[in-house]
Design a protein around this ligand. Structure first.
Ligand SMILES: Cc1cc2nc3c(=O)[nH]c(=O)nc-3n(C[C@H](O)[C@H](O)[C@H](O)COP(=O)(O)OP(=O)(O)OC[C@H]3O[C@@H](n4cnc5c(N)ncnc54)[C@H](O)[C@@H]3O)c2cc1C
Length: 409
C-alpha cells in the first residue's frame, strides 16, 4: 500500500482530516481538483466551537469579524427578530483563506503531501474493499483508507456505492463587497422574502465598508424554482435598494452547493469513509457546514490512526468512525435540522413558505426561534409552541399535512 490515508478534497473537512492525520504520523496524501487549497469557498460564519477546532484565537488573523447580534428580517415587510449574544453565544466571521492555509501548512509541516489539479474519477476496489482512487485520465493512488471529502457531488461517494435517498441541496452564491457605507460591523443579517424563495439572503459585515452578501436557496420543486429570479439578480437588487451597498464594488463572486436534509444513511465501508458535505454533515436550516465539517475531519483522523495502529480497515473497523460521529451532539443537531428542512421543503411544494416565514417572524420570540433553528428545542419549547402559538402551528401544520397527503413522505 502506498499511503495510510488519501483525502480527496481541500474543503474544511478534508483539510482538518489531513491536518490531524499528518499530525498523528500517518502517511497522508491529499488530492484536490483545483490549483490550490484556497480555490473553493469554505464558509465563514461560525461559533467558538470552530475556533477551538481550528486552534485559533478570536483576535488572530484567522478571524475577520465578531458579531454582537444577528437580525432575522423580511425583505418584503420589514418585520424582524433580533437574536443577541446572550441567546446565540459568540458569532465570528472567519478569514477563510487564512484558515485554509493554516490547516494546509500544518499538514505539510507534518509530512502531508498535496497534489493539485488532480481530479478523482473513482475509487479502486479489490473484492469488497476500497484500496485507493483513480484520478485524472490514468493516475492511481493506493491507500489503506480513502476519504471522500469531495463535497456535495462526491465522486468517492458515488463510485463507492453510497446512496442518499433524501438528498436535498441548497444552492448558494456570495459576493464580497468593498466601498460600502456606514455599515454596522457588529450586526449580521438574515433576510427572507418572495424573491429569495425557500432560503435566505445574508449580509455579514467585515468592517464599516466591507460586507459579504450571499444567498442560499433550496428548490422545493422545478416550477417553484423557475418562478424565482436568478440568485445573483436578487443580490444585485438588494445592493441597489440599500444605501449601505448601493455604490459598493463586487470584489469576488463565489458559489457552491450544500446538502441540507441531514446525514446520509451510511457513509463508511471497507477501506473508505466520507466526511463533510459528502456525508451530509451540515446543519441544514442555517447551512452551517464549517464547524460540523471540521469536527467530522477531526473524528475521522482519530479513527484513521486507530485503524493504522491495528492494521484493520474492515467495514466493521471503519464503521467505528461513523458510530462515534453519529453519537455526537453536532450529528444529532444535523439530523434534527435535516428533518426540519425536509418538512419545510415538503410544505413549500404546495404552500407559500414566505407567508409562513412572515407569520414566524411576526409572532415567535427570539429564544424559541433560535432553539428551533439550532435543532435543540426542548420539550418545554414544543409545549409553548402548542399552547401560546397554537393558531400559527395549526395553520402551518395543516399546510404540511396537505403537502404530505398529495406528494407522499
Ligand atoms: C455560498 C456559501 C456560503 C456558505 N457560508 C457558510 C457559513 O458562513 N458558515 C458555515 O458554517 N457554512 C457555510 N457554508 C457551508 C460550507 O461552506 C460547507 O458546508 C463546507 O465548505 C463543506 O466542506 P467540505 O470540506 O465537506 O466540502 P467543500 O468545501 O465543498 O470542499 C470539497 C473540496 O473537494 C474538491 N473536489 C470536489 N470533487 C473533487 C474531485 N473529484 N477530485 C478532487 N477534488 C475534488 C473541491 O474542489 C473542494 O475543494 C456555505 C456554503 C456556501 C455554498
Amino acid at each position: 500500500m502506498g499511503y495510510d490515508i488519501i483525502v480527496v478534497g481541500t474543503g474544511p473537512a478534508g483539510l482538518m482530516a489531513a491536518e490531524h492525520a499528518s499530525m498523528q504520523g500517518l502517511k497522508t496524501l491529499v488530492l484536490e481538483k483545483h490549483a490550490s487549497a484556497t480555490d473553493s469557498l469554505m464558509g465563514e460564519l461560525v461559533t467558538d466551537r470552530a475556533l477551538n477546532l481550528l486552534r485559533v484565537k478570536p483576535d488572530s488573523e484567522y478571524v475577520g469579524n465578531k458579531f454582537t447580534s444577528i437580525v432575522g428580517e423580511s425583505l418584503d415587510t420589514g418585520s424582524n427578530i433580533v437574536v443577541d449574544r446572550t441567546l446565540l453565544g459568540n458569532s465570528f466571521l472567519l478569514d477563510e483563506h487564512n484558515c485554509k492555509e493554516l490547516m494546509r501548512d500544518r499538514a505539510l509541516s507534518d509530512g502531508g503531501e498535496f497534489r493539485y489539479n488532480s481530479s478523482v474519477k473513482s475509487v479502486v476496489k479489490e473484492g469488497a474493499s476500497v484500496v485507493g482512487v483513480k484520478y485524472d485520465s490514468s493516475n492511481e493512488a493506493r491507500a489503506s483508507l480513502a476519504v471522500g471529502a469531495d463535497g456535495s457531488f462526491s465522486r468517492v461517494s458515488e463510485t463507492a456505492g453510497f446512496t442518499h435517498p433524501k438528498w436535498l441541496l441548497s444552492y448558494g452564491h456570495r459576493f464580497k463587497l468593498a466601498n460600502c457605507k456606514n455599515v454596522d460591523p457588529n450586526v449580521a443579517y438574515f433576510y427572507v422574502g418572495k424573491d429569495i424563495g425557500l432560503g435566505y439572503l445574508w449580509l455579514y459585515p467585515r468592517s464599516e465598508t466591507e460586507v459579504n452578501l450571499g444567498i442560499g436557496r433550496v428548490p422545493s420543486s422545478k416550477q417553484n424554482w423557475r418562478r424565482l429570479p436568478p440568485m445573483q439578480d436578487v443580490l444585485r437588487k438588494y445592493m441597489k435598494t440599500h444605501p449601505e451597498t448601493a455604490n459598493a464594488k463586487i470584489v469576488s463572486v463565489n458559489g457552491g452547493v450544500v446538502p441540507c436534509a441531514g446525514i446520509i444513511p451510511r457513509f463508511t465501508d471497507a477501506g473508505v469513509a466520507l466526511c463533510g458535505n459528502a456525508a451530509g454533515q451540515v446543519s441544514s436550516i442555517v447551512g452551517g457546514g464549517v464547524t460540523t465539517c471540521l469536527h467530522a475531519g477531526q473524528v475521522l483522523a482519530k479513527h484513521a490512526k486507530r485503524m493504522v495502529d491495528s492494521n484493520d480497515f474492515s467495514k466493521k473497523s471503519v464503521y467505528l468512525y461513523e458510530k462515534e460521529y453519529r453519537r455526537s451532539k453536532l450529528a444529532s443537531n444535523i439530523n434534527n435540522t435535516g428533518k426540519g428542512m425536509w418538512a419545510v421543503s415538503k410544505y413549500s411544494m404546495l404552500n407559500d413558505p414566505i407567508a409562513a416565514a412572515e407569520i414566524v417572524l411576526g409572532q415567535l420570540d427570539a429564544r424559541t426561534l433560535n432553539e428551533l433553528i439550532q435543532g435543540h428545542a426542548s420539550i418545554a419549547t414544543y409545549m409553548t409552541l402548542m399552547t401560546d402559538f397554537l393558531p400559527m402551528v395549526a395553520k402551518i401544520g395543516v399546510g404540511y399535512l396537505k403537502a404530505i397527503a398529495m406528494t407522499g413522505l
